[in-house]
Design a protein around this ligand. Structure first.
Ligand code: AFP
Length: 331
């Protein structure tokens, strides 16, 4: 886990990355550069999100993305910003984005990494000034350096991620990430334009008071989910659901709790995307001492199919709550 003595609260993300680089030798600094690139794009998107209501850039563009959903201008904007930052940074040879059907080759053929990203998740919340987020997972490529990236680079499975995290554009903007040595959270200081370490070594409580799901889907949930939710209510747990995955996940990470996006009658495979939503958040929750399952199985044990935009059910959060749900799924 992170050595909190060596990483005092208040140091900048830049300094933190430099320290960690020398401690863990995530060696040549390339991964560090990637994290900087993501932080830079996060700052730019934060600026756009903040002034969204002012600059008349909210609202649907009248186009649909690969999932058939209406694209928002901010979705497009965020996608452009992240892809550009990762392209200019030079370390990522390719990006898989929620907004694009195919892999985006950055042209950095010597880059050793690929990044799977949901540039702006929770798009239905954009126009109503509710928290939204960016989610990312990073892999070392398995294709030949010097050539184009291949699908296989993104289909290595969640355990192959070398870093993952999210940016939450909320009442304050935070970057939370892991490189497999615990989880650290940084809060953005607007006037200085810097992320500062505010939450070193984040751990999710084993138990928690919150359950988060779209209860409007109750009649479409499988029996084991309804049984579990009934026990949550019998114990008087608190219901909290923003409808932005990053926001719901982030709250539960601190308070303890469980987030559920079960299979439904309409979406038997779940709604959330495996490669750029479930895998990164599963890696991060395990690093924080929590658990993520698709039902009976750990999310990180799922073998991806060849579909880059595949979906999976997601139950994630405090270890005791998720294990209780998992037991019911196994019966
Ligand atoms: P949108 O981008 O369509 O708002 O979906 C957001 C999301 O992927 C995730 O952020 C939410 O947790 C989840 O979907 C909400 O889905 P429901 O509206 O079906 O509850």
């Amino acid at each position: 886990t992170e050595n909190t003595l060596a990483t005092p609260v208040g140091i900048t993300l830049e300094r933190y990355i430099m320290r960690k680089q020398s401690e863990f030798a995530y060696a040549t600094g390339e991964l560090s550069q990637l994290l900087r690139d993501i932080a830079l794009a996060g700052k730019i998107v934060n600026r756009e999100v903040n002034r969204a209501g002012l600059s008349r850039i909210t609202g649907a563009m009248g186009e649909k993305n690969v999932q058939g959903e209406n694209q928002q201008k901010l979705d497009v904007e965020a996608n452009i910003r992240f892809v550009r930052a990762l392209t200019n940074g030079g370390e990522a040879c390719a990006v898989l984005s929620e907004e694009d059907e195919d892999i985006i080759q950055t042209g950095n053929v010597n880059g050793k990494y690929v990044v799977a990203i949901d540039p702006l998740d929770g798009s239905s919340n954009i126009d109503v000034n509710v928290s939204i987020g960016t989610i990312f997972g990073i892999y070392r490529r398995v294709s030949r350096i010097g050539g184009p990236a291949r699908k296989e680079d993104f289909l290595q499975g969640g355990r192959a991620q070398i870093a993952a995290g999210y940016v939450l554009y909320g009442s304050s903007t935070m970057l939370v990430y892991t490189t497999g040595h615990g989880v650290a959270g940084f809060t953005y200081e607007n006037s200085l334009g810097e992320f500062f370490l505010s939450h070193p070594d984040i751990k999710i409580p084993r138990q928690g008071p919150v359950f988060s799901c779209n209860e409007g889907n109750w009649f479409d949930y499988p029996e084991f989910v309804r049984t579990f939710l009934t026990t949550c209510k019998e114990r008087r747990l608190t219901a909290r659901y923003v409808g932005s995955l990053v926001a719901d996940y982030h709250r539960n990470l601190f308070t303890g709790g469980i987030y559920l996006y079960p299979p439904t009658v309409d979406k038997p495979g779940g709604k959330l995307r495996l490669l750029y939503e479930c895998f990164p958040l599963a890696f991060l929750i395990e690093q924080a001492g929590g658990v993520a399952v698709t039902g009976a199985d750990l999310v990180l044990d799922v073998h991806p199919t060849s579909d880059l935009h595949q979906r999976a059910p997601l139950f994630v959060g405090s270890a005791d709550l998720v294990e209780e749900l998992r037991c019911k799924a196994t019966k």
